[in-house]
Design a protein around this ligand. Structure first.
Ligand code: HGY
Ligand code: MN
Ligand code: MN
Length: 411
């Protein structure tokens, strides 16, 4: 049974993980930033060293394609994920899946296996959505969920424009997103949650992915003197924002559905110790595997904001940043993942993805599914993110087995 080159894969994960560190040593490769460029350049270097056909599309999605003479006309099996990161990220989120995809191709190349379909690996632009919304942007455009021009015109949290930044870092490609239509899509990713580790299961066969709702809320009150203004006469935007944070957290905790709610960013104006905040701008991340329940959470937030406006004498405006319905992955591929795990003597477990992934976009245009490996302590989006070497290698071998199966027999 062929297996991947563990040393090569683990070495590349660590090498890429050292690229894009800021002055405090934090891993920060936000989409289309200088750090992202450095990571992209290293990845493209590896693709070229592997002799792959490297294609960059207009949104900066990077593809490495391996065709042989007799399979060149067939739709490829595409393995993808992302190499952009959040702020102060771990080294595995996204990068593991992209580098494992390259590892699978190089392993098949070296084995001399003749496949009836090409293999391709992709690193999608702006999966994280930290600098430009929405997240999973590169794969969303490829899946036809957002126009290229709209995406390129995205305004970043730092006032930059995505298209200009991609051109600046040399990744504004020529190909139209969607130039490559995969026969099937696979994504290997760390779970970023506690389930696999807690249950001692090495492989997750991901059968669905929860719905995601991102909104930016602006609450406008009245700046006033912190010392002279009686409490009954305040329109305190900061207090109103804090009420929303508490409302969302308490409601999600008390919910009998697996709702999760996060206020991850907040800005107060004028942000002075002795001025009652005139404005609060914050983001809300709501998720639930069931579309109706997710809508109910959004409605509850809207009602909370309306009531607050009334009681606190503030005005509220809401901007939608991202909205993705829950996704069901392809059962046949999920079964291939389970069979591959069994074949290697590994236990697997069907599960839901709590995080968003490019696979949820790729599932719009063809059969797609994901493989998870455990996250130590369930921690992710944190430099303490960790997965053991043996678990990383096991996941990559399952990816190898499923990708070659699909490339041989198709679906
Ligand atoms: O937000 C997410 O779930 C993903 O990390 N972009
Ligand atoms: Mn990810
Ligand atoms: Mn992430």
């Amino acid at each position: 049974m062929t297996s991947i080159d563990a040393k090569r894969l683990l070495g590349r994960i660590r090498e890429l993980g050292a690229i894009g560190r800021d002055s405090e040593g934090r891993l920060v490769r936000l989409a289309a930033s200088d750090g992202d460029k450095l990571g992209r350049d290293r990845f493209v270097g590896w693709l070229r060293e592997a002799g792959l056909d490297v294609v960059i599309d207009r949104l900066g999605n990077i593809f490495g394609i391996w065709r042989s003479e007799d399979n060149a006309g067939q739709a490829p099996i595409l393995i993808g994920s992302h190499i952009d990161t959040v702020i102060d990220a771990g080294i595995y989120d996204g990068c593991y899946g992209v580098l494992a995809g390259l590892e699978v191709i190089e392993t098949v190349q070296a084995s001399g296996l003749a496949l009836s379909r090409p293999l391709a690996v992709a690193a999608f632009t702006n999966e994280e959505g930290v600098r430009y919304s929405p997240d999973m942007m590169g794969s969303l455009v490829l899946a036809g969920g957002l126009s290229v021009d709209e995406a390129l015109a995205s305004l970043g949290t730092d006032g930059s424009i995505l298209g200009q930044e991609l051109a600046r870092i040399g990744y504004a490609g020529a190909e139209e997103p969607g130039f490559l239509k995969p026969h099937a899509y696979l994504e290997l990713h760390i779970e970023q949650g506690p389930v696999l580790e807690r249950e001692g299961v090495p492989i997750g066969a991901v059968e669905n992915l929860q719905g995601i709702s991102w909104q930016r809320v602006t609450i406008d009150g009245i700046a006033n003197h912190a010392g002279t203004t009686p409490m009954s006469m305040r329109s305190d935007a900061g207090y109103a924002a804090a009420r929303v944070v508490t409302f969302l957290h308490d409601r999600a905790k008390a919910s009998n559905t697996p709702t999760v709610a996060t206020v991850g960013t907040m800005r107060l104006e004028p942000n002075a110790i002795n001025v009652i905040p005139s404005r609060a701008v914050f983001t809300v991340d709501l998720r639930n595997p069931d579309e109706q329940h997710l809508r109910a959470e959004e409605a509850a937030l809207a009602a909370c904001l309306e009531e607050l406006a009334e009681i606190e004498g503030v005005t509220v405006s809401v901007e939608r940043l991202a909205r993705f319905e829950p996704v069901i992955f392809d059962r046949r591929i999920v079964e291939l993942i389970e069979a591959a795990a069994k074949n290697r003597g590994l236990v697997s477990k069907r599960m839901t993805s709590g995080a968003g992934h490019d696979a949820q976009m790729m599932a719009r245009i063809g059969p797609a599914a994901m493989i998870f490996v455990p996250s130590a302590g369930g921690i992710s989006h944190n430099p303490r993110e960790h997965t053991g070497d043996a678990e990383l290698v096991a996941g990559a071998n399952i990816l190898l087995d499923v990708a070659t199966q699909l490339a041989w027999n198709g679906l």
